[in-house]
Design a protein around this ligand. Sequence first.
Ligand SMILES: NC(=O)c1ccc[n+]([C@@H]2O[C@H](COP(=O)([O-])OP(=O)(O)OC[C@H]3O[C@@H](n4cnc5c(N)ncnc54)[C@H](OP(=O)(O)O)[C@@H]3O)[C@@H](O)[C@H]2O)c1
Length: 333
Amino acid sequence: MRAIVIHEYGPIGTHRVEDVAAPQAGPGEVVVAVKAVGLNFPDGLMLQGKYQNKPDRLPFVPGRDASGIVTEVGTGESRFRIGDRVLVQVFSGAFAEFVAAPEQRCFAMADDLDFVPGAAMITPYHTAFVAAVLRGDVKAGETVLVTGAAGGVGLAAVQLLKARGARVIAAVSSQEKADLVVDRGGADNVIFTHFDDLKGAFRSQIASITGNTDGRGVDLAIDTVGGDVFDACLRILKFAGRLVIVGFADGRIPAAKANYLLYNNLTVMGAPLDVHFKHAFEEIEQGATEIGRLYTEGRIDPQVMQTLPLEQFVEGFDLILSRQVKGKVVLTL
Ligand SMILES: NC(=O)c1ccc[n+]([C@@H]2O[C@H](COP(=O)([O-])OP(=O)(O)OC[C@H]3O[C@@H](n4cnc5c(N)ncnc54)[C@H](OP(=O)(O)O)[C@@H]3O)[C@@H](O)[C@H]2O)c1
């Protein structure tokens, strides 16, 4: 089968699509013929050897998110049959014609969901659910800031938060991205991130939107960017505000001073999707059910900016790592 294979970590352009043996289903696993795969920012880190967790050995096939059709079911009880359409979320192995996945990493696809939007939904919407609902504990009517809001996880979070009745302020770096988060995400307001004094700029933009003169007008911030954006998010949280850390697209891992959190009565927490798959699978399943229902009701809608064949993965990752992507890039097989 064709697959992207990592022999040695390095720049994305150094990797190739190769012919390798197709996987077989172990006990409790299914094999899926992959139709489409979603590219995520962490996949780009993984190909370069910059992701915090790595597979035990090289070479390996990377890729987290795939949609496709079950072609083999391993021994033991199974929820799936050959021919079922599924979404797959694995630690690695999805960037290939076939992927073997534990049953607990597969979800039945809604009848009205096609393979391309399906592949675009998996990690972004599950991460958004973990961040906004399981960790952020968002309530209807709360004011929530989402950073990196035109990216995969960001736009998913904007849509999910709107569906849950929050007032959403989206932080983005350009007018084009602002148009996307309003038109396709339903964001109520937009703030911009292209300022030298970002803390001051966040405070003044939030003040003019919320009428809260000191700029502390946000109940919950969901931060996918880190760096200066994280630092600025801490300055716009209300009394008892919460900040959920999703990732560090900026590249700089920020630090929150304990005394700042103490004196301002703030909570900062992490939202790791993989850890929830391991320790809180029931909640992940609840998320999958809610995401499927909201899609069928037309209340969430993944935005695929570009579809490319598997062989053009380098072009796809260029869009993500050069910050040009709006919504998602999906590879088809
Ligand atoms: N917690 C988890 O389990 C989990 C799961 C998936 C992803 N993540 C993390 O969540 C973040 C977003 O992932 P994603 O797949 O949604 O990424 P994405 O689609 O590429 O979106 C990332 C956004 O971050 C902003 N950004 C700021 N500085 C950037 C830079 N130097 N390079 C690229 N983007 C930059 C961009 O928005 P602007 O141009 O508007 O600033 C961009 O839209 C990443 O840090 C990723 O590692 C975490």
